[in-house]
Each structure stands twice: as structure tokens, then as C-alpha cells.
Write a protein that binds this ligand. Sequence first.
Ligand code: BGC
Length: 423
Amino acid sequence: MCSVHLHGDATTTVLQSQLHVPAEVMVAETAQELFLFIAKRIEDFLKTYHQSALELAEKDSAHPFFSLGFTFSFPAYQTAVNAGILLRWTKGFDIPGVVNQDVCVLLQTEIDRLGLPIKVTALVNDAMGTIMSRAYSLPISHERPVVGAIFGTGTNGVYMEHLQAVSKHLDGAFDSSSGRMFMSTEWGSFDNKLSVLPVTPYDTELDRNSVNPGNQMFEKRISGMFLGELLRLAVLELYGDGSLQLFRNGLPSDVQEANSEGAKLKQSWSVNSSVLSVAQADTTDTLLPLRKKISETFEIPEERITVEDAQAIKVIAFAIGKRAARLAGMAIGSVILQGQLLVSEGSGVQVDKKVDVAVDGSVVEHYPGFETYMREALQAMDGIGKEGEARIVVGHTKDGSSVGAAIVALLAAQQVAPNTRHL
Ligand code: BGC
């Protein structure tokens, strides 16, 4: 959660507090539990950072309200800048009574219940926010971003499309004068039927144990919420095969492990994907950093983890990470081709035209070499190749989605009520 001061010169001042949605709220029984939870955190935030404005607003009902850009990182059918219905939950959320509802209305209701001086003026997907934030921060002379992609807990991509290529009916009023529109692809659910995506037994099991089996199949191979779980399932299988001696370190096979040993290895969804980044980053001979991480991650005593064990886990983690990065590159390449973004208007292919791609998310930020493997995939794609790949600029836009939401909130609020503060 943050408040953003846009200085108007590509810079910002951001006041931020981390908001983690507890596991029980992700599967709350009612929509109100989630939206009241968010509204209460907004109230805490205002009390911490904007107490005086809050007091003024409490005394004077004509005091300007704060304008809130709601970064909502789930598939929504958006018919206005401040209206959108949830199409389906992803990333482990599963709360009844929200699908098909306008999430701006649900949040506004809880904000009003607490009497906060806030209006939800914009609903912004995180991938779109990332584009906006990068566009704001770049010098005017720089190519504008035309693709935004998130590779974090979940994944999604937004790209600039020609309106004439859109065959679907678009509800709501919009300005069509540029002939272009940003489209949120929700590529996380690409190929849910698995006609082309790679499938391992671990993918199948992960999907079976998820809250949304058969959905978000692309996301389940790419994003941070799932990569650790894929590794856990693969390692658990090796651990279960006594002949492989994984995590035994020479102990005779009749020595019983303590009950608590490997508790996290045996527990679904307990493994954070950061272990993959450590595995990739550790190039030491002894693999001590990785062995320590494996010990913490799976709750295996450190002295049980040999170099060979760590090497085996490194190989598996690399296969999972590289596959994710290559699929991510394929997704970016596909929207570039679909939007004809390597082609200049009117004049065919212009060799020096750059295609700017704004990216954000923990996986692309922390997994060493993610961009390199993404680029390998782009080079291998028909229609892009080495030349096209060299023209693609990948701009890491850390925490871009929140700044982007603030920018959209500002623009939206200026259209309806010039006298607002922006949150
Ligand atoms: C959601 C997208 C979101 C992405 C990244 C996916 O699970 O469906 O809307 O942009 O995660 O957060």
C-alpha cells in the first residue's frame, strides 16, 4: 500500500507499507472479510502517514477526498476506469461472492463503512500499472513502453493492440481516436487444455492440489507462487525413493529419521520459490549457501545434506527456472508479434525501432539469468529471431504497479473532480 507524490518530472516520492494478505483471508468465507481487511489497512496507513489530512477531513465534509487507484491483480472485466467485475480468482484466492461483482463497489462500501475520506477512482491491473509507471519515468525522447509483464506471484501481460484487430465487442465508453488500446491478455490461463504446454507429473500433481484445477495452467509453470511447489514435489519423490539416499548422508537405511524431519518437504505449498534463486546463484564448489537454504526450506538437518544432494537439487531447480523463463519469453514474443509491435506504422520493418517492455515481479527480479533465458526464447521465435530480440528493451520497473495505479487514479480523478488528493 502506498501514497505517491508525482512530481511531474518523471520522479516520485512514495510512502509505502507492505501489506500481506493472511492465508485465511485469501480463502475467507465472505467478500466483506477481504474488502474490510483492505479498508482497515488503508485506515492504518492514513493514520500513520496522513494523520493531519485525515483529521481535517473528519472535521469538514467538504474537505478534498483522497483518490485511490486500486491495483487489482486478478482477471477483471473492466467497463470503465473505476469499474470492473472479477471474472475468476487466481493465485490461491478463493472467496465466494466476489466473482461477477464490481470490486470497486465492494471496496468503496467497506471504505465508506469506516467513514474514510477516500474514493476509488481507478481500477488498475498490475501489468498495466507497470507500463504506466515506466512510461512516466522515461525521458520523453525514449520509446514508449508497449508491453507490460508481471512475473511475480502470478503472471500476466498487457500489450498495445490495433483496435481494428479486436473482433470482440467492447462494452463501456472509450476514446478510439488513436486506433490503439492496451489489452490485458491474462496469459496466465493460456492453454488451459494443455495442447502445447509441457507437462510433467509434478505439474499434474500441483494442479490437482490447487484451488483452481484446470485453470491458470501457464501461470502454474511460470510464477513465484508455483515454482517452489514444483521443486518440492520433485524433491519429495526423490526423497521417498530410499535407494537414492537423498538427505541420508551415509546413514544406514535402517536408521529412522526423526518425525519432524522434512516437515516442510512433506507439506504442500510450504516452499517459497526463493530456493530456486539461491540454487541458481550458488556457484561455489561446496554449495554451502544452497545446502543451508535447503535445510531451512525443507526442514532437513544441515549435516544430512551432502554436496551431491545439493547438486541434484540445483539441476532440478534449474530445469524449473529455465523452463519458466523461456515460457515467459515466449509470451512476450507472442504479444509483440500479435500487436505487430516490431513493425513501424506505414513503413514496414524499421530496423532500429525499439520495442519497450516494462517488467516487474519477484521472479524476474530475483531469479538470476531470467532475462537471459527469456531472450534465448525470443531469439528462437519465428518472426522475432536474433535481430528482433536485439530491438527489445526490457525495463525492470520495481513496484511499478502501485505508482502506475496512482498515475491512473490522478488522471481519472482530474476528469471528474479536480480538487482531490491521490493515494
Ligand atoms: C492474474 C492477473 C495478474 C497476474 C500478476 C494473475 O494471477 O490473473 O490479473 O496480473 O496474476 O499478478
